[in-house]
Design a protein around this ligand. Sequence first.
Ligand SMILES: C[S@@+](CC[C@H](N)C(=O)[O-])C[C@H]1O[C@@H](n2cnc3c(N)ncnc32)[C@H](O)[C@@H]1O
Length: 394
Amino acid sequence: MDNYASFFDKIRGAIQQDVFVKISLGDYNGTELYLKNVYIKPVVIKREKKLSFVFRYKTQDITQNFEIATGIMEIQGLLQVEGFRVATLFTETENIVCQLSKKGTWLLRKEDPTAKRPVALTHDKQKERKLDSFGKIYLQALKLTDAEGKVYKNAQDKWKQINHYIEILSSILQRLPPKDRLNVVDMGAGKGYLTFALYDYLVHTLKKQTDLVGVEYRNDLVALCNQIAQKSGFNELRFMQGAIEDYQPQGDLDVLIALHACDTATDDAIAKGIKHDADLIVVAPCCHKQIRREIEKNKAKNELDFLLKHGIFMERQAEMVTDGLRALILEYFGYQTKVFQFISDTHTPKNVLIVGERRPIDTQKQQEILMKIKSTKTYFGISSHHLEGLLNIA
Ligand SMILES: C[S@@+](CC[C@H](N)C(=O)[O-])C[C@H]1O[C@@H](n2cnc3c(N)ncnc32)[C@H](O)[C@@H]1O
């Protein structure tokens, strides 16, 4: 075997034996004006080993990743065709220099090892998560992780969504007025993914004493969630069967959450939060039938007719008007309100989050807001928004 072939044999062997550290190519004599070197190292991308190439130019680096076999072919091309005349393979056990001689033959030289492999090869760095998945009974019980805390492949999206939700809430929760105990309610808790995560974060990360109630129509989910809460030792987390509209909080609320509660159930939840002086109200509205029906029924004439005759635009408009009015009503009651996209719409189209943080009421502003609500309703032909009715501001 000639030196050149044996050099590539060494590369393949080093990769197979997991002692490969890097390769550098130099002494460039090709046609690319500013190309100086190429550095190649192993990376793991989406759990697959690859070769990452950094093409170093005079003023910039360009990175490209290749499958192992394609990457090795690329190195061959760079040496034989492109004009690099020296390649050094760094492994944990030896360095091998492969150099083109003046006579045009490849020479091989072995040297002592000089480089160590980095501890982790992972290229797409694990995102730092707000919640740890290890040792969490609720995550196992909800079938998101195995007993070791490893998130199942088919639960990755849900896990990402849970962490993103906690990430969004974390800074807002830390702004809450100081209290010995927090009273939190999650309206329409469903299977409790986000409810458990929120309790876990508040109690174990922020170290806040917290009473959290999940309100849910479905008996089976309530029973399941209570069982998991008990098994997890989450003593101040309980789930109650019932309708959002009927739930009567004991005293003031600190935080009210309602994620994906259908149609006017979101209004029922917001109204409970406002009436019970919640410092923080967070809702992710779901469907927007009430206002859509109003707009369609009353057929007000306005400049948007050319848009609203199309069903899809009507649906989007109804969503915006419903949630825009919700935000205005929250502002009327002093809440500083933000509306933003919560998760990417590749996960779910129900991805708008309305966050209201309670501030003192500004009575002058209230009048302006009332006028705005009134003119918006007239413009779209809405006789009443469900939330106004609940709060008697119509
Ligand atoms: C789409 S799921 C969302 C669950 C959870 N909040 C989440 O985002 O993962 C909506 C849940 O709210 C419950 N729900 C809807 N309207 C409700 C109401 N008016 N009262 C109580 N529960 C309600 C449903 O039974 C369902 O479990």
